[in-house]
Ligand binder design. Sequence first.
Ligand SMILES: C[S@@+](CC[C@H](N)C(=O)[O-])C[C@H]1O[C@@H](n2cnc3c(N)ncnc32)[C@H](O)[C@@H]1O
Length: 284
Amino acid sequence: MIEVAWKKDLAQRFGAAAESYETQSEVQQKSAKALADHIAARIQNKKILRILEIGCGTGYLTRELLELYPDAQWWVTDISADMLAKCQSSLSDEIINPEYTSGCSSGELPHNLDLSKIHFHTMDGEAVDLDGPFDLICSNMAFQWFHDQEGTLGRLNDLLTSKGTLAFSTLSQGTFELWHKCQNELGIERLAPEFPDAAFYHRCLNGVNVETLQQKFVQCHKDGLDFLGTLREIGAHSSRIGRSRLSVGQLRSLLKKYENYFTGDHIEADYDVVFVLCSRGSTG
Ligand SMILES: C[S@@+](CC[C@H](N)C(=O)[O-])C[C@H]1O[C@@H](n2cnc3c(N)ncnc32)[C@H](O)[C@@H]1O
């Protein structure tokens, strides 16, 4: 029950951030581009007819992949109806009026894209209510919000065609390392959930062809409050389930400790992103 309430809250937070998301999400944008490049390199000659995207947000990965697979049937999904609506409206604007560009894709969307092939659907990626099979199931920076990654990965894998690919990026162990170290030093219970390392994905996707690649991204901020503000602007300020809020005093001490680690005119937040590419049949 607590999980249902937590997810509702999460969807609301992301929904409230739908308008500001693209102003603060440089790491997510870079990660979407990197993931699309990994997918293109991995899939090469396979026919991609049906694609399921989970946690589309405002559509960074959607745009990158629409350029690669413009003829596929798409199911673009997110747990937040508001994020999904934002994704749908900006994609429609770009397709209908190519002059309009949100500036968030590295290239241009194909002008002859058939919008009726893109189905937008509000859905919890941990409880897929669509029929497979899919040639590609993909997601950029959403799986870190899942409660049961192992079980979910197994179910998603079962929704792939015999040569299908599951490809996603998610936060890994080293994300916000210093931020968590400061919490630890102050005796503050960890705010975020633990993020699995790459080996976790090899273990739980045992039996399928799994490749993991790791990349660090750093985002600079004016100060600690600016860092927290960014998490809020992109809707990523939910704590792990059951975690109570920090008191004002705790928050002040935490921000001060964190800022003291930096000597220049900005502070840094480090994102340790793992790209997981998993194919059922032979690759290529
Ligand atoms: C950090 S954003 C990433 C969005 C987008 N993929 C991008 O690259 O910018 C995470 C997204 O995942 C969605 N999300 C979180 N938990 C989810 C779940 N259980 N099922 C589906 N979407 C989820 C959020 O609503 C949000 O839009």
